[in-house]
Design a binder for this molecule. Structure first.
Ligand code: ZN
Ligand code: ZN
Length: 253
């Protein structure tokens, strides 16, 4: 078991957050964004990689919002665009259907060529070294979580008492549990189930109270845990993203 992954996992389970795996994801993502806006741009091998791959829509957005190293980003985009242009323009051009005439028959072949050109674009814009690296780290973290749950009673308590695990990360933990022996999976998934249950049901009630607070008769009643119930629901359903941050909400209440 790789010890270097145990420290961040322990830190995440000690952190004040709704989902320790979201915490780990966000930390890994921050490191990668720093790296791709800094040292990566100086490393020829990495430059070669990002010239070819670019990033996914989510990470282009995050690189943009950093407003750091605009020159580096510009140089990278310049070579990436040239690379994509060479690839894509040619395939669009060769997919232009020939016009059917009296002499030349109709051919169904053009349809598959158009779809191929579209697939080529999709393949080129679906690559992201930031996602790849985060996914690799998350894979190690998941392995460490099930390992420590079994072998480290202090960690097991932290897992049981975590505030919650969001649904996308619960799904990941279930997949990881499927790799365990049946008895180990039974212990782990029981704890995960209890943990989710204690968050899920109160969350539904918190959202309901949020809506009831719009009734003037409830004006003077306390908010309880409902003030950020919408954001917490979104984070629970879709994992933590800065879009779901309370600071970004127009209705801070
Ligand atoms: Zn999560
Ligand atoms: Zn990405």
């Amino acid at each position: 078991m790789e010890k270097i992954y145990m420290i961040p996992v322990n830190d995440a389970y000690a952190a004040d957050c709704d989902c320790p795996l979201c915490f780990l994801y966000n930390k890994a993502e921050t490191n990668e964004l720093d790296y791709y806006l800094g040292p990566s741009l100086m490393e020829p091998d990495n430059r070669k990689l990002t010239n070819r791959t670019g990033f996914c829509p989510e990470h282009w957005g995050k690189l943009n919002r950093r407003e750091a190293n605009r020159l580096g980003l510009g140089l990278m985009l310049h070579t990436h665009l040239k690379d994509v242009n060479e690839d894509i323009s040619r395939s669009i051009e060769s997919a232009i259907p020939g016009k059917a005439s009296l002499f030349k028959g109709r051919s169904g072949d053009y349809k598959s060529k158009l779809n191929e050109a579209a697939d080529k674009i999709d393949a080129r814009i679906g690559l992201c070294p930031i996602c790849d690296k985060i996914n690799t780290s998350m894979g190690h973290y998941l392995g460490v979580i099930t390992y420590m749950f079994k072998h480290d009673s202090e960690f097991r308590d932290k897992f049981i008492n975590a505030r919650s695990h969001c649904l996308p990360h619960t799904a990941m933990l279930l997949r990881e549990a499927a790799k365990l022996s049946q008895n180990d999976a039974a212990d782990f998934v029981s704890a995960l189930y209890e943990n989710d249950k204690k968050y899920f049901e109160p969350l539904i009630n918190d959202v309901e109270w949020f809506t009831l607070k719009f009734d003037y008769r409830n004006n003077d009643k306390p908010w309880g845990n409902s003030k950020n119930a919408l954001q917490r629901s979104m984070r629970f359903l879709a994992a933590d993203r800065s879009d779901f941050d309370e600071k970004q909400s127009p209705n801070k209440k």
